[in-house]
Every structure is written in structure tokens, then in C-alpha cells.
Design a protein around this ligand. Structure first.
Ligand code: ATR
Length: 275
């Protein structure tokens, strides 16, 4: 469908944003369904001015990424319960000038895991207690898992655990507790450039029966996943997180079911081209 005066506009705002694969996925979905929508990316420094501008232009849907996910809370008209609990907004829907903030990061991180294993009633060890951990813990709880949080700074693990009604809050040195989990998830930045040679815990803390998931996906196979795989664990890569984050966003913006397979192959092709 060609762009006309009636075309609805959606966008992603962030800084940097040039690397985002979000436009490719959303636009492929619009095309496949013949929707009169277009999706663009804006590099934004001043979030308040950006939201004012997008509001004035009546942009339909806004995806918010780093570093604006927390600050943007102040500039929307309301924030749904999920975004409040996670403490960040990554999605804004504009309904006739009323901006509602929500959060689909948990769909992203848990969706990639659920594609490989069930989560309900499983015991999960989460490493990290930052923003990414909050979305993961929220999603895991929603799926009915028992969650324990381990962090370099124990105090932060304790605070997060209390907020989400979890037992404890632990250091990254709790070998037996980590070894007892069914699923292990790294949400720390360990493994991501410039820490690509590091791992969040000693590898002998893992056991062969575990599913090991790393939400770091640059590189696709972190050192942690490489070593876990060598030990016989089943590993889950974080690279499909962007797909599972985008699906509910697509549906919120358009009101129709997202064409998951089309969006998945658009993502895979774009990722391949980039290499
Ligand atoms: P994000 O939003 O990506 O989660 P964040 O809120 O800055 O980012 O959180 C980063 C997480 O990675 C924290 O849990 C941090 O541990 P601390 O709370 O102790 O700072 C963890 N992290 C970062 N670098 C780390 C390292 N070298 N070793 C262990 N944990 C690390």
C-alpha cells in the first residue's frame, strides 16, 4: 500500500536508534496485512520535546527504547499496571490524543524462553537486579514460576525480591541454590561488549538438566551460553526477544493479530544482511 494523507504513523524513539530492527519487522507486518500504516525511527535526545511533537502530529504508536524508558513515564497521560510494576514504559498508544504507556519487554524476554521450554511451576534463578531483570521477573511470575534473584550487589537483589514478593535476594556465589534451579537466566550486562569474555557465575554452578538463557544477544552466543552448551545444558538465545517484544506492540497499534511468521522472517533476513 502506498503512503497517502490517510496513512497512520508509528515510530521508535531512542538514542542510538540506527541499529534498530523494529521498523523492518513492523513494516513487513503492515505490508503482509495490507494495513495503511508506516513505521519509522527517530533518534531522540530530548524526550519531553519528542513526546510533545509526536502528540501534536497525532502519531498513533510509539516504541520507546534506551535511554528513555524511565523518563518517558512523566510525559504520558496514563501508565498501565504492567508498566507501573516494571517501572518503565516501552510502548505508547495514542488514542485520539490520549497517550497510554505500557510495557512489552516482559513479553519479549519470556516469549523467547517459552518458545523453547515451559515455565509454569519451574524454579528459575535470575542473575541481575536492574531494569532488564524487572521485566524478566514480572513475566516469570505471571507465568507461575518460582523465582530467585541473584546479584553482584545483594542489597539490590533483596529490594527487587521484596517488591515482587520473592524469597530472599542472593549473591552470585550461592552455588547450591543456583544448581537447584530448573532454568537459569542472565539479565546482567556481563557477556555484552565490552564484557564479552566474562561470565556471570562460575560455570560449575550449572547442571546438565538446566535450561540456560542469556538475554544478552550481542554476540548471539555469549561466552556463558557457549560454556553452558559444552557442559550439556540446553541453551536459549536472546536474539528473538525483539520479535516477541514487537508482536504485542504491533497488535496494540493496529488492533489486529500480528503476522508472526512474516515478522520473524523479516527480522532474520535483516539480521543476516547486517552480518
Ligand atoms: P539493565 O537495564 O540492562 O538491567 P542496569 O539497570 O544498569 O541495566 O542493571 C545492570 C545489571 O547488571 C545489574 O544487576 C548489575 O549489577 P549491580 O546491581 O551489582 O551493579 C549487573 N552487572 C553489571 N556489570 C556487572 C559485572 N561486571 N558483574 C556482575 N554484575 C554486573
Amino acid at each position: 500500500m502506498s503512503i497517502s494523507a490517510k496513512t497512520k504513523i508509528c515510530c521508535i524513539i531512542g538514542n542510538p536508534v540506527e541499529h534498530s530492527l523494529s521498523p523492518v519487522m513492523h513494516n513487513a507486518g503492515y505490508k503482509a496485512l495490507g494495513l495503511d500504516y508506516v513505521y519509522v525511527a527517530f533518534r531522540v535526545e530530548n524526550i519531553q520535546k519528542a513526546i510533545d511533537g509526536l502528540r501534536a502530529l497525532n502519531v498513533r504508536g510509539i516504541v520507546v527504547t534506551v535511554p528513555h524508558k524511565i523518563d518517558v513515564l512523566r510525559y504520558v497521560d496514563s501508565v498501565d499496571e504492567t508498566a507501573k510494576k516494571i517501572g518503565a514504559v516501552n510502548t505508547i498508544v495514542n488514542d485520539n490524543g490520549v497517550l497510554t504507556g505500557s510495557n512489552t519487554d516482559w513479553n519479549g524476554s519470556v516469549g523467547a524462553l517459552k518458545h523453547v521450554t515451559s515455565i509454569t511451576n519451574k524454579t528459575v534463578a535470575v542473575f541481575g537486579a536492574g531494569g532488564a531483570a524487572r521485566a524478566v521477573v514480572y513475566g516469570l511470575k505471571r507465568e507461575g514460576a518460582t523465582v530467585f534473584v541473584f546479584n553482584r550487589t545483594i542489597e539490590k537483589a533483596k529490594i527487587l525480591s521484596e517488591e515482587f514478593n520473592l524469597d530472599g535476594g542472593f549473591s552470585l556465589h550461592e552455588k547450591s541454590k543456583i544448581q537447584g534451579a530448573d532454568i537459569v537466566i542472565n539479565t546482567t550486562s556481563v557477556g555484552m561488549h565490552p564484557l564479552e569474555n566474562e561470565i556471570p557465575i562460575p560455570i560449575n554452578y550449572l547442571n546438565k538438566q538446566q535450561v540456560v538463557y542469556d538475554i544478552v544477544y550481542t554476540p548471539k552466543e555469549t561466552r556463558f551460553l557457549q560454556l553452558a552448551k559444552n557442559q550439556g545444558a540446553r541453551v536459549v538465545y536472546g536474539d528473538t526477544m525483539v520479535l516477541y517484544t514487537a508482536i504485542p506492540q504491533f497488535e496494540l497499534f493496529t488492533g489486529v493479530k500480528a503476522p508472526t511468521d512474516v515478522m520473524r522472517s523479516a527480522l532474520e533476513n535483516a539480521a543476516k544482511e547486517r552480518k
